[in-house]
Ligand binder design. Structure first.
Ligand code: BG6
Length: 473
C-alpha cells in the first residue's frame, strides 16, 4: 500500500557548497576565501597562506567536472540543485568595483547545464566563503563595510542570473557565526578574544545585508524567491524540571533570533532583554530598522542534522559531539561515527515548530549522514558502495518529513547534504562522506577523482520518481 504524502511539484534534490567541492581555488582569477586557509576545518586556527594539505584547494574538482556531475544528478531525477557561488570568484578580493568575468561565466555554464535537464538551481550567496581579503583587512562581518561589498556582489549576480535562477538563500546557516565566527563570518579576531558586543554587532551587519539583498532581489526580479537559511536544532530539556525546560527554550531562542528577524523584521523581546543584561548595544545605522521591517523573506530554509539536550546545569551530564553546536548527550539516541546524534523525529518537531511560529513556506536544504564508505565490486562488476546505513538514515528522516507534511506543514522541498561526496566543513575530511555518488579521493589527497554510484543512488532515484511513495513500500 503506497501513500500520497508529498505535494505535487515538491522540489527533491541535493545540496553542495562551492568551497567544499569546486577546487580550482586560484584558477581563472578567483581570489582566496577563508576556506583556503582552513586545512582542518574549525578544529585548528587558520594558516597564514593556503597549504598543500588543504583538501578544499582541489575539492572534488567540480570546477572541471561539473557536466559529468550534473548529468548524474539529472539521472537521479533531481528537480532542484542547491549550490553556492564562491564570492571570491566574482569579486576576488571582495572590495573591487568590477567583477571577474571568468567567474561569472563559470556559473552561467553551471546553471545552463542544470536548466538543460530541467533542474531548478537553488543558490546560496554566501556559504562559509568570505573573501580572505575582507577577513584580513576589514575583520569580516565585524565591519559594517561588508554590507556594501555584499550588496555589490549580490546585485551583480542577481542581474547576471535573473533569468536562470529563481531561488536564492542569503547566508548559509547564518546563526553559526555565533559559534564559528571565522568560518561563518570571516571574523579574524580569534573567538576567545572576540567580545559579545562585536559578535552581535557582526550578526546585525549580516541581518541588515540579508534584508538588503532581499530588497535588491525583488527589485531586480519580482519573481525571485528569497530565503533565509538557519542551522536548525530543536532542544529538549534533560528533565521535566522547569529550569531545564527554560534552558532548552533559551538555547532555541539563540537560533530563533535569526529566523524571527528574517520573518518578522524586528528584534524580538527576548533578544532585547539579553542585550540589556549583557550590556550589548547594537548600533543601528539610519534606515536599518525600516530595511529589516520592509524586506522579510519569502521562505525559511534550514539544515537539520540533530537535536540538542539542555539543562540548567549541563555540567552535571555527559556532553555530546556536535556539528558546530554541542550539547548534552541524549541517552535515547544513536550517534554517527562522528558522534552526531541521529534523531529523525526531531526533524518533524522542528518543521512543526517553524510552521506554527511563522506560517511561511519551509525548505529543508540540508540533511544527511556523514559516514565512512567502502568501495566494493557490485553484482554487475561495477565499483559501488553498499550504503544501507545511509538509505536507512534518509528513509527514516523522510518518513518524519512526511509526517510533518501530514501535520499541515507547507514544505517546498528537500535537498540532501553533499549529494556527491565532498570535503567536510567542520573537519575538512573527505572520509566523512554524505553522497549518493562516491568520489575517489582520500584524506591524504590521493585518489583518481573518479565517480561511482552508491546503492543509495538508485534508492533516491526511486524516491524522486515516485514523489516519495516508495518510502512507504
Ligand atoms: C552544515 C554546513 O553545517 O553542515 C555544510 O552548511 C556542512 O557546509 C554540513 O558540510 C555538514 O557538516 P560537516 O562538518 O560534516 O561537513
Amino acid at each position: 500500500m503506497t501513500e500520497t504524502v508529498f505535494p505535487e511539484g515538491f522540489l527533491w534534490g541535493g545540496a553542495t557548497a562551492a568551497n567544499q567541492y569546486e577546487g580550482a581555488y586560484n584558477e581563472d582569477g578567483k581570489g582566496l576565501s577563508v576556506q583556503d586557509v582552513m586545512p582542518n576545518g574549525i578544529t585548528t586556527p587558520p594558516t597564514e597562506e593556503p597549504t598543500e594539505d588543504n583538501l578544499k584547494l582541489v575539492g572534488i574538482d567540480f570546477y572541471h567536472r561539473y557536466k559529468e556531475d550534473i548529468k548524474l544528478f539529472a539521472e537521479m531525477g533531481f528537480k532542484t540543485y542547491r549550490t553556492s557561488i564562491a564570492w571570491s570568484r566574482i569579486f576576488p578580493k571582495g572590495d573591487e568595483t568590477e567583477p571577474n568575468e571568468a567567474g561569472l561565466a563559470f556559473y552561467d555554464a553551471v546553471f545552463d547545464e542544470c536548466l538543460k535537464y530541467g533542474i531548478e538551481p537553488l543558490v546560496t550567496l554566501s556559504h562559509y566563503e568570505t573573501p580572505l581579503h575582507l577577513s584580513r583587512e576589514y575583520n569580516g562581518w565585524a565591519s559594517r563595510d561588508l554590507i556594501g561589498f555584499y550588496e555589490r556582489y549580490v546585485t551583480t549576480v542577481f542581474n547576471r542570473y535573473k533569468d536562470k535562477v529563481k531561488y536564492w538563500l542569503t547566508f548559509n546557516e547564518i546563526n553559526s557565526v555565533l559559534h564559528a565566527p571565522f568560518m561563518s563570518g570571516g571574523i579574524s579576531t580569534p573567538k576567545e578574544e572576540l567580545s559579545e558586543q562585536d559578535l552581535y554587532q557582526a550578526v546585525h551587519h549580516e541581518l541588515v545585508a540579508s534584508a538588503s539583498a532581499t530588497k535588491i532581489a525583488h527589485e531586480i526580479n519580482p519573481d525571485f524567491q528569497i530565503g533565509c537559511m538557519v542551522l536548525a536544532m530543536p532542544a529538549y530539556a534533560m528533565t521535566p524540571k522547569p529550569e531545564d525546560v527554560l534552558a532548552a527554550r533559551h538555547f532555541e531562542n539563540n537560533n530563533y533570533l535569526f529566523s524571527d528577524i528574517h520573518v518578522r523584521g524586528e528584534y524580538p523581546g527576548y533578544a532585547k532583554r539579553f542585550f540589556k543584561e549583557k550590556i550589548i548595544n547594537i548600533e543601528f545605522a539610519e534606515g536599518d530598522a525600516e530595511l529589516l521591517k520592509e524586506n522579510t523573506v519569502d521562505f525559511i530554509s534550514f539544515s537539520y542534522y540533530m537535536s540538542a539536550v539542555m539543562a540548567e546545569n549541563p555540567e552535571e551530564y555527559n556532553s555530546g559531539e556536535g556539528n558546530i553546536i554541542g550539547g548534552i548527550n541524549n541517552p535515547h539516541l544513536e550517534s554517527s561515527e562522528w558522534g552526531w546524534q541521529i534523531d529523525p523525529v526531531g526533524l518533524r518537531i522542528v518543521l512543526n515548530d517553524f510552521w506554527n511560529r511563522y506560517q511561511k513556506p519551509l525548505f529543508i536544504v540540508e540533511n544527511g549522514l556523514g559516514a565512512k564508505d567502502e568501495l566494493v565490486e557490485g553484482a554487475d562488476g561495477e565499483l559501488t558502495v553498499e550504503d544501507d546505513y545511509r538509505i536507512n538514515y534518509l528513509k527514516q528522516h523522510l518518513q518524519q518529513v512526511g509526517e510533518a507534511v501530514k501535520d499541515g506543514v507547507d514544505l517546498m522541498g528537500y535537498t540532501t547534504w553533499g549529494c556527491i561526496d565532498l570535503v567536510s566543513a567542520s573537519t575538512a575530511q573527505l572520509s566523512k562522506r554524505y553522497g549518493f555518488i562516491y568520489v575517489d579521493r582520500n584524506d591524504d589527497g590521493s585518489g583518481t577523482l573518479n565517480r561511482y554510484k552508491k546503492k543509495s543512488f538508485d534508492w533516491y532515484k526511486e524516491v524522486i520518481s515516485t514523489n516519495g511513495e516508495s518510502l512507504y513500500k
